[in-house]
Design a protein around this ligand. Structure first.
Ligand code: GDG
Length: 459
């Protein structure tokens, strides 16, 4: 059987629970099959000696972890620069936040070339290579340039925007052309697939063949949706752990006379966090029955603090939360509880279960795993209600959530009010339907269907 080689920007020890969606999903996937996981160590080293990051390898269970260090310049231009100040904002439809600094592209290319050189030395002829996310779009093209002929698949965890949005990236032709070096490109949603096909046929002169295969530049690539899922059994087990039960009990005790609404995200402008706070403020304004009762618990784990847009978001949020607590709060009630820290993963299921409403309201999101975790954590006899942005990839699958438009403050307030008053029977019916979908299309389904399609593609 071929060995699986996973490549991603960051590695997480597959045996340790991690905070990021990608790390969680990949760790669980690789630990099952064994294989090689290659990426950046997370260290910034002064590797000027030969201009190359050193390769470190170690084993973790059935997985070999191989990492390279980056130097400060690479970190600033490749990671903070091209990946997080060009691709992340544009792919999340935020052209206003993109910084098309020309230094960034050079760093992005250099690190992708470095990854290709280091990885090539570790490859076997019959490996199957699975590259992840926007940091590494040109990796297959760099590997092919070095003579690698293995099957290579790519999965994009973030949205793929419409063709004319992509065209705003000065190097869009180069970037999108590099996708033709893959055998398979996986995206989160059908909407993303249609954007990709439209871009390729209108901007790149590609021909659309059967089975969503595109032909151009003497190559054929298949583009398909593989919506990522969670490890339902693992998350359930986590929910039955003593820590999760203790968290549930203590939160329930503290909020016994109140209705808790929960938001858990990385602090990121794509997640619609200020919009959620505004909708909550609108809820208190329009429906005063919620005063002294509804409490919004917002856990926003720190992320990319050194990128400007993130610092701005943090200040905006602090102002908004302060204002709402000042305006509505009372001696015995604080409407918003905002925590800018990462909470332990083992507490997440208990927090979800103790909340009557799960607020997942991104302006754009590839998928959003919190939506799925929230549903799985619920008590099926007395489940909470998922309020979900129609702009999350998850909305294509989770039609039984209360779908909202996060730009519509009033509409969102009305939906939250409906969620808080939803009759038990309707909550149970929606929860059953959501759980069925999430259980069927879990992370194992995602991995297996992607790898089956990659195996079936013509190398
Ligand atoms: C990218 C795409 C796509 C969050 N805060 C804490 C915490 N978390 C955990 C959640 C969840 C994960 O992090 C977040 O996953 P998401 O899917 O919501 O978001 P991204 O990190 O933006 O991930 C996204 C995903 O990749 C997978 O393809 O769904 O669209 O943007 O598991 O529970 N965990 C802990 N403390 C926190 O404070 N322990």
């Amino acid at each position: 059987m071929s060995r699986l080689v996973v490549v991603s920007n960051r590695l997480a020890d597959p045996r340790k629970p991690a905070a990021g969606g990608l790390a969680v999903a990949l760790g669980e996937s690789l630990q099952r099959t064994g294989g090689l996981w290659f990426g950046w160590s997370g260290n910034i080293a002064d590797n000027t000696a030969d201009g190359e990051g050193h390769l470190h390898t170690r084993s973790s269970g059935k997985v070999t972890l191989a990492t390279v260090d980056l130097n400060q310049n690479d970190y600033e231009t490749y990671y903070e620069g091209y990946a997080n100040s060009v691709l992340w904002p544009v792919f999340h439809y935020r052209l206003d936040l993109a910084d098309f600094n020309t230094r960034y592209l050079a760093g992005y290319r250099r690190v992708n070339q470095l990854f290709a050189r280091k990885l090539k030395a570790l490859l076997r002829d019959d490996d199957i290579i699975w590259v992840h996310d926007y940091h590494l779009i040109p990796l297959a093209a760099e590997l092919r340039a070095l003579g690698c002929r293995q099957r290579i698949g790519f999965f994009l965890h973030i949205p793929l925007p419409p063709a004319l949005m992509l065209a705003a990236i000065p190097q869009h032709e180069w970037l999108m052309r590099s996708l033709f070096s893959y055998d398979l490109v996986g995206l989160q949603s059908e909407a993303d697939v249609s954007h990709c096909i439209r871009y390729m046929t209108t901007e790149a002169g590609a021909e659309l063949l059967a089975d969503q295969r595109l032909r151009a530049h003497n190559a054929t690539v298949q583009v398909r949706a593989f919506p990522i899922g969670i490890d339902v059994q693992e998350f359930r087990r986590l929910g039955q752990s003593q820590d999760a039960l203790d968290t549930y009990e203590s939160v329930r005790r503290e909020y016994s006379r109140r209705q808790l609404l929960l938001g858990i995200d990385r602090l990121d402008y794509s997640k619609g966090i200020p919009q959620r706070v505004r909708a909550f403020s609108e809820l208190l304004e329009r429906y005063p029955d919620n005063e002294h009762s509804a409490t919004l618990l917002m856990i926003a784990s720190p992320s990319r603090d050194s990128v400007h847009a993130y610092a701005d978001l943090r200040h905006e949020l602090e102002g908004l939360c302060g204002a709402i607590n000042g305006n509505f709060g009372d001696l015995d009630w604080m409407p918003v509880r905002y925590i800018h820290r990462t909470v332990a993963r083992r507490r997440v299921p208990g927090l979800c279960r103790a909340s009557r409403v799960g607020l997942v309201t991104p302006l754009r999101d590839g998928m959003n795993l919190v939506a799925k975790e929230y549903v799985v954590a619920q008590d099926p006899d007395d489940p909470g209600v998922l309020v979900l942005s129609r702009f999350a990839g998850a909305a294509e699958q989770l039609k039984d959530a209360l779908l909202v438009n996060p730009y519509d403050t009033q509409g969102m307030a009305e939906s939250i009010q409906a969620a808080l008053h939803m009759p038990l029977e309707e909550r149970q019916r929606r929860h059953r339907a959501l759980l069925e979908n999430i259980t069927r299309f879990d992370v194992h389904w995602w991995r297996e269907s992607f790898l089956a399609a990659l195996g079936a593609s013509s190398p």
